[in-house]
Design a binder for this molecule. Sequence first.
Ligand SMILES: [Mg+2]
Length: 204
Amino acid sequence: MASSPPTDSPFDCLLFDMDDTLYSSKVGIAQIVRRNIDSFLVKICGFSSEEAPVLRADLFRTYGSSLAGLRALGHDVDADDYHSYVHGSLPYDSISPDPKLRELLSSIAQTKIVFTNSDRNHATRVLDRLGVRDCFDAVVCFETLNADASGTAPIVLKPSIEAMRTAVNASGFEPRRTLFLDDNERNIAAGKAAGYGPHWLGRQ
Ligand SMILES: [Mg+2]
């Protein structure tokens, strides 16, 4: 992945979170994802409708996603089933092409990588809707972080240090010369622990 970066820049690579970073949380996708996760927790896992939103928030805070948390707590949840339930019916048409984002990304000479906990199908659909998929050199996503997500294997996602190390290895650049952009404070903290130097915490 590593290639010749501009010599006068403090960083060689940019690592972008996707959801709520490359497009606004105001689009409404995140709210529908949360609703779908609550439904999954009730209908597939058997939690009550009162427990579901509290559990979802707790699992997200601690493990990066409900799927990772459910697996960590010993639930036998199939990753493909989870992703198709949570992302399968999202209104991707509500994400509009973003020519300004495309122009901005195109003006950056350094290697640009998407680093998301989402599955590849969701990432591809979002990046295609935004019209920026070809602006990135690689997408590090659920499948990259979890080569084996079968059975009861632990799920690896941001903010775990393992996920950060996978992203470092995938980029091929030194973390201290990688600009890490994410809307989640815990992910930024994990990035610092993994050696990322510059960072940007922001939400669209
Ligand atoms: Mg995000």
